[in-house]
Design a protein around this ligand. Structure first.
Ligand SMILES: Cc1cc2nc3c(=O)[nH]c(=O)nc-3n(C[C@H](O)[C@H](O)[C@H](O)COP(=O)(O)O)c2cc1C
Length: 233
């Protein structure tokens, strides 16, 4: 675990108790302890990196992602995360991928509005994770049966996927599909989430994903191109 991130998250939680009103009684346990004990085992990318999408021609491709800008009633990038001229980092990463692979692109928009403030968002997200919640999202206009390859993107939240992504994987049976994860973060990498996705969707093929530091997404076009090329795109 990146100690720097752990300290930032711990501080964020402490500050949020004051700034957000703290309706619930919250633990002040170190974030590192809380995160490490509950995060999936480190991903074994060796197993996945050997695979690629054979013959991408004619494959039907979907990119689906959640980015914290995509809340139902907030028409702006949350101050909680990096902002690239009004586009949040995971959203920007999704557009870079979409530019290369084509196909359709869909965003996951939670029904609930997350706070614009980082500390308050951290507070809400941690409460969701601790309660193993499944936050609802607005209906998605796609049928997985229409696709062969599905890119799935999200930011790291508290060392794992945002809980709305758990809802997504509960809702959709992606058996038989090729899933290609990508994520943004500020130190956790993928945090074992690619393995988590493989466990959620045991009858899908989950390829090696791309983890990009959120604050550096603007410089990641080359990394995206290299990664996609390595996967056969
Ligand atoms: C609630 C919350 C929890 C976060 N937890 C982590 C974390 O555990 N590890 C990490 O590396 N980054 C964490 N971050 C940083 C985000 O993953 C990073 O800023 C990401 O690029 C945000 O993507 P977005 O701008 O598309 O929302 C967290 C951010 C938020 C708002």
């Amino acid at each position: 675990m990146n100690k720097y991130i752990a300290v930032i998250l711990a501080l964020a939680l402490l500050v949020s108790l004051a700034a957000c009103g703290g309706k619930e009684t919250r633990t002040t346990e170190p974030a590192e302890t809380a995160g490490q004990s509950e995060t999936a085992a480190p991903v074994n990318t060796d197993d996945m990196s050997a695979e690629s999408v054979s013959a991408t021609d004619g494959k039907k491709i979907l990119t689906v992602y959640f980015s914290s800008a995509n809340t139902a009633n907030v028409d702006a990038v949350s101050s909680a995360t990096p902002d690239f001229n009004g586009v949040a980092s995971t959203e920007l990463l999704a557009t870079y991928i979409h530019e290369v692979v084509g196909g359709d692109i869909v965003k996951i928009t939670p029904v609930k509005d997350y706070p614009e403030d980082y500390n308050c968002t951290a507070d809400v997200a941690k409460a969701e994770r601790d309660a193993d919640e499944r936050p609802a999202y607005l209906p998605l206009d796609f049928d997985p049966e229409d696709y062969d390859v599905i890119f799935v993107g999200y930011p790291m939240w508290w060392y794992t996927l945002p809980m709305v992504m758990y809802t997504f994987f509960d809702d959709y049976d992606l058996s038989g599909k090729t899933i290609i994860p990508f994520n943004t973060h500020e130190g956790s990498g993928d945090g074992g989430t690619y393995d988590e996705i493989a466990a959620f969707e045991p009858d899908a093929t989950v390829l090696d994903g791309l983890a990009v530091s959120g604050s550096r997404v603007e410089n990641a076009r080359g990394d995206v191109a290299d990664w996609l090329s390595g996967l056969g795109f």
